[in-house]
Design a protein around this ligand. Structure first.
Ligand code: APR
Length: 320
């Protein structure tokens, strides 16, 4: 059987890291696409040349021609511009919306059966726009945010509790922005929910609140340190986990920016929710029960995303 084909639309910092990870994990053959001629070809060749040392057989190629993504099983989209210090994800809206239009049309024309994972920010609005421009089924177009935000939360928690990250689970829902909703009740260390760990005296509410805030600011913390762009290692790893769930029909329960129609009181809207990813893409949106406070935070986050979607419709009336 032929190896799966993975198309990476955008070959910048995240795109290059995605290609490297996909090759190392032997997920399939990788096509890097970008509008900046030379970058995708150079990165593909550089990674391919590590193959004999690493011992992978995946084929890598770089292109500026959408025809070369033909028949891709997975497309991961990072095309666009990243944040610089002082910018919010929302500041990227106008530029990246135009990029989503060309990417959506390219995917629709050449890889209409792909599972599409969007990473470009502002994420929730961009994945919505990408779905609109591509016309692909909603269950095949999803945004990567919750896995990354939850990974950041898990990392901070494992350091606080001094336990292995493998024993820390976490759920971050809502939009991928300042209003994201880290759910402490559904986050655990060794199966023990975080509020119980506070009751047990293993940490304090103040420390937990600070970790929740650091998670919300996780992207900005990296931007502030790098100064030249935004995070790429953890975002790439997170999207790879989602791609593997699809390619291997793993039925992973992962928080993603998915199209929610009915659950959480939403009617046809992209936002971060728990999902099951398998061979049919987003196979299920898990409609968990939220407390009054959690629901209020979630609603606030949904409102923020609605504002961004409205702004997209103003910029590009074809989306209205
Ligand atoms: N089509 C294809 N590629 C494009 C287009 C386009 N229309 N416009 C820009 N690009 C390419 C750029 O040439 C660049 O190589 O997208 C790439 C983006 O790479 P980086 O600038 O390195 O950005 P990166 O850190 O990878 O982040 C990409 O993901 O997390 C988000 O906020 C981040 O929106 C940003 C995106």
């Amino acid at each position: 059987m032929a190896r799966p084909k993975i198309a990476l639309i955008g070959s910048g910092m995240i795109g290059g890291t995605l290609a490297h990870l996909a090759a190392l994990k032997e997920m399939g053959d990788v096509v890097l696409f970008d509008i900046a001629d030379g970058i995708p070809q150079g990165k593909a060749l550089d990674i391919a040349e590590s193959g004999p040392v690493e011992g992978f057989d995946a084929a890598l190629s770089g292109t500026t021609d959408y025809a070369d993504i033909a028949g891709a099983d997975v497309c991961i989209v990072t095309a666009g511009v990243p944040r610089k210090p002082g910018m919010s994800r929302d500041d990227l809206l106008g530029i990246n919306l135009k990029v989503m239009k060309s990417v959506g049309e390219g995917i629709a024309a050449h890889a209409p059966n792909a599972f599409v994972i969007c990473i470009t920010n502002p994420l929730d609005a961009m994945v919505w726009a990408l779905r609109e421009f591509s016309g692909l089924p909603h269950n095949k177009v999803v945004g990567m945010a919750g896995v990354l935000d939850s990974a950041r939360f898990r990392h901070f928690l494992s350091v606080e509790f001094d336990v292995s990250m493998r024993d820390v689970t976490a759920f971050v829902l809502g939009g991928h922005g300042d209003t994201m909703v880290p759910l402490t009740r559904y986050s655990t260390v060794g199966g023990i929910p975080l509020p119980d760990l506070v009751d047990m005296g293993w940490t304090s509410q103040e420390k937990l609140d600070a970790i929740v805030q650091r998670t919300r600011d996780g992207g900005a913390e990296i931007v502030g340190l790098l100064k030249t762009g935004s995070a790429y290692y953890a975002p790439a790893a997170s999207a790879i986990e989602m791609a593997q769930a699809y390619l291997n029909d793993q039925k992973r329960l992962l928080p993603c920016a998915a199209y929610v129609d009915g659950a959480f009181g939403l009617d046809g809207f992209y936002v971060g929710v728990p999902t099951v990813i398998g061979a049919n893409g987003i196979e299920k949106v898990v409609d968990i029960k939220l407390s009054k406070d959690e629901q209020a935070m979630f609603d606030k986050s949904v409102d923020a995303v609605k504002g961004l979607v409205a702004a997209c419709k103003e910029i590009d009336p074809s989306l209205a």
